[in-house]
Structures are given as C-alpha cells and as structure tokens.
Design a protein around this ligand. Structure first.
Ligand code: ADE
Length: 226
C-alpha cells in the first residue's frame, strides 16, 4: 500500500513512521509512505502557500493554486483510491474506517494548517474528509500520523501474530479484555485463575464476558449497534 501526504511540515512526519511496527511495515515493503512539501508546488514568491481570507476575519487560508498543483502533479503518476482531507469538521475516524482504508492501494492525505484549505479544493479534489476527534489540532500532520498508524498495522503481514489485530478493541464493537503477564502473583495481586487454567474455551468465555462488561461500563454507546 502506498500513502502520499501533502504537508507544509514534512519534518514533523519523519519520526512517526521510522519506528516499531510502521518501520517494519516499510522494511518489509508492505507500506510506502511519501511526504511532499506543499511549498515545492507554489509559483508564488518566497514559497507562499497561504493568504488572507476573503470577507475578512482572523487567520490565513491555504491557497488553492499550490494545492491543486500538488494534487494534479501527483495524480498524473498514481491513481488514488481516495484523496483525504484531515479536518475537525470531517467524519469521525474509527476502526471501521481504518479497516476500510487498509484495503485500498493508494491514498493521498492532505494536511491543512491555519484556517484550513480553500473550499474549492474540498469541492473539486477531496473525496473523503476525516476528523480524528472533536478537538482542534494546529495542523493535520499529527492526525495524518494517527491515520497511517491505524491503517498500517492492519496490513496483512505487518503484525507478527496475524490474529492480534482482530482481537483489538473495536474490531467487533467491543473493548478489549484485560491482559496479564508474568508473574502470576505480583505484590499479592493475583492474575484471574481462569487464565492459568489451560482451558482455552473457558479463557475465551471469560475474555468475551470481560469485554462485554468493560464496554457496558465505559462505552455503552458501542453496544447500540449490537
Ligand atoms: N486538523 C485540525 N484538527 C483536526 C482534527 N481534529 N482531526 C483531523 N484533522 C485536524
């Protein structure tokens, strides 16, 4: 899978993809992440990519021309399944969307800054608008890192244990059950007996029950779909 990202801060996106699971995904050739500096696509002086908003008001808007130029230049060589704009007024990102996006071949992600991008770019190029939560970030880069991480770990062959992504919270609209490791007795805080029983059926039942209880307590909204 290939994910291209248009940003004014490519440096901010170097580190998140250079460690751990995403690094492994890249090293194995399962995921390619490319960042493109929007300033390389402007014809304005001094690398200008933003301007005052029509109608007045505080805050700059990212100009349509450099963005259209960047999108069109990249789209000449690659056919994107989706061109995603990260914005607080987009559809809230969730595991279902991560699953869906992980099945695509080529994605282009646009990171906004300041007041956002010119509305005409949204209307004419963007195929999907995504928010990572009901709060405002100073730019789309950290949201892009969240998206790429959530998508990248789902690609077949990225996680060592193929089943482990399937057992994540949210995969079946339930939160994950509690987990324990050695020692079985730590400061007299004991691991539930059933996990030491060696009976896989009982363990599975216990985990499912714990997931259900945890979801009821913490996220009853998830059970609405049940
Ligand atoms: N850009 C700024 N805030 C954002 C958010 N909450 N989600 C996605 N992109 C953003």
């Amino acid at each position: 899978m290939r994910i291209d990202i248009i940003t004014v801060l490519p440096e901010l996106l170097q580190s998140p993809f250079s460690h751990s699971i995403l690094k492994r995904a890249k090293d194995k050739g399962l995921l390619q992440v490319n960042t493109y500096n929007l300033r390389d696509y402007t014809t304005y002086k001094h690398g200008q990519v933003d301007d005052y908003q029509f109608g007045g008001g505080a805050g700059m808007v990212m100009m349509p021309e450099p963005m259209a130029n960047a999108i069109e230049t990249l789209s000449k060589d690659i056919s994107y399944d989706d061109i995603i704009y990260l914005t607080p007024d987009g559809k809230r990102f969730d595991q279902r969307e991560a699953n869906h996006l992980s099945l695509q071949q080529n994605l282009l992600i646009i990171c906004g800054h300041y007041k956002g991008i010119d509305e005409r770019i949204r209307q004419h190029f963007i195929t999907k608008e995504i928010s990572i939560g009901d709060y405002v970030l100073s730019g789309g880069e950290l949201a892009a890192a969240v998206l790429v991480d959530a998508i990248g770990r789902l690609l077949p062959g990225v996680l060592n244990d193929e089943t482990s992504a399937l057992m994540d919270s949210f995969q079946d609209n339930l939160l994950a059950p509690p987990v324990y490791t050695r020692p079985a007795d730590f400061r007299n805080w004991k691991v539930p007996e059933v996990l030491l029983s060696g009976d896989p059926k009982k363990v599975e039942e216990w985990r499912h029950d714990q997931s259900l209880q945890r979801t009821k307590q913490r996220r009853p909204d998830l059970l609405g779909d049940f």
